[in-house]
Design a protein around this ligand. Sequence first.
Ligand SMILES: Nc1ncnc2c1ncn2[C@@H]1O[C@H](COP(=O)(O)OP(=O)(O)O)[C@@H](O)[C@H]1O
Ligand SMILES: [Mg+2]
Length: 283
Amino acid sequence: MQTDPQSRADLLEQLEEVSTQLLQSEKLAAIGQLAAGVAHEINNPIGYVFSNLRTLANYVEDLISIVDVVDTVPSLEELRRMKQRLDYDYIREDVKALLTESEEGVERVKSIITALKDFSHIDEEGFRLADIHEGLESTLKLVNSELKYKAEVVREYAELPEVECLPSQLNQVVLNLLTNAVQAIGAQGRIVLRTGHEGNRVWFEIEDTGSGIEPEHLSRIFEPFFTTKAIGQGTGLGLALSFSIIKKHQGHIEAFSQVGQGSRFRVWLPIVQPLSEEEPSRC
Ligand SMILES: Nc1ncnc2c1ncn2[C@@H]1O[C@H](COP(=O)(O)OP(=O)(O)O)[C@@H](O)[C@H]1O
Ligand SMILES: [Mg+2]
């Protein structure tokens, strides 16, 4: 079909618009997945903190009734009997255990929420200095519910300087790579998070012992919509989005894979942005 330059320009503009919308929808899908994982992670501690509170409420009622009776009780002996009847010794010990456990539960919820905050201002921030390891760890925490049953996580972290970056967007890259790694692992496997530093660049990589990537697919995985997953499992936009985020950082991403052995994705980033320009975040 022949098109004149004007309508071609219009077409390109439309394509650009559609691709921006699609990247947006991939982001929404990632957020949806994240929300499901977070809900799962938070549900358990909230559940037992709630049940502990109920038990504690009963204990407090019993303790109050013991103290109340002090004013009217005819003999000390009777008070002792009441204490025994209400299982005071047991309550005494259990209260401590319930409080400790509840405190741990609330701590866990708090740390998940802190990790989640990194994702909540994805579009708000400019380039700033950030710790790559912190980003890896907070993202790991978010996918933990999916990950923990399937994979052993190994960390091989080097000493890294802080890197000038868009931290929440890098977290999104990590999230995409981790999600792919988990999805590639069938029953059980291992995920290695590795970092390194060379001259004025740093790198981080995520390696899995999953299915691996067919050689003829390897050159296509960064294409928007390239997916080997079933509908609903994959959109084929995760790596395309990651690629564009890394490009915005003037870095690059490498993929290595052996079918049946696993895959490794390495992201290279300049420590300082070459022109230190404050680009508006577009993704
Ligand atoms: N860690 C990995 N192991 C095996 N295959 C992978 C891995 N990461 C990416 N791929 C391949 O690249 C394709 C594109 O990935 P991505 O852009 O994240 O889209 P999606 O995950 O939605 O399919 C995947 O469908 C899969 O075939
Ligand atoms: Mg993906």
